[in-house]
Design a protein around this ligand. Sequence first.
Ligand code: ADE
Length: 228
Amino acid sequence: MIGIIGAMEMETAALAAAVENKTTEVVSGVTYTSGLLDGQEVVIATCGIGKVYAAICAQTMILRYHPTVIINTGVAGTLTTALGIGDVAVASTLCQHDMDTSPIGDPIGLVSGINKIYFEADREVSQKLAACVEASGVKAQAGCIASGDQFVATAEKKSFIRETFGAIACEMEGAAIAHVATVNGVPFAVLRAISDSADGDATMDYLSFARMAAARSVSVLRSYLQSL
Ligand code: ADE
């Protein structure tokens, strides 16, 4: 079974609507829709915005559905000139840009206990997703995606995240899903279409382009499922 998580309805509704032999279950306020999508057994959830909701959802999905892989689909802000609005970032790694215990001697971003800054996405799944992006005529870029409980909308924050972590895109859930998946030994991938510039123009961009970008990520994910 393939687990699919998006933060918002616009990132998941079209997927859940297309599921055949559908079963739904609500746990902790999140609806899990399972069944067949494009010939694959899937479970789909809309987790809510931010790292805590994403973690609750990923852990619940793992314990109740035992997915062989979890794929996070949705939108992101760009941190690089290599990714414009409508292009797609595929995570090679994920980090948490708002994790900071540096005053007590750690590097910024270190997740204590497992002592990781970067969580590695599944290489094979990520490469196949990137190939599906390119096959649809859209630019794909692999790299670090940074998550935090902030909508990034200033040039200062954008350059801090890019320079501190070498990240190419920012969003609010991917690294939490990566963290939960890693401690449970479950492979994961993160696919994010760019909705905004993550700087002073981000709010306007997001309002104009988030729906288009969310639909693009959904369509890539479906072509990935069809390719399996
Ligand atoms: N998701 C989409 N755009 C974003 C941004 N600029 N910051 C955080 N999450 C986002």
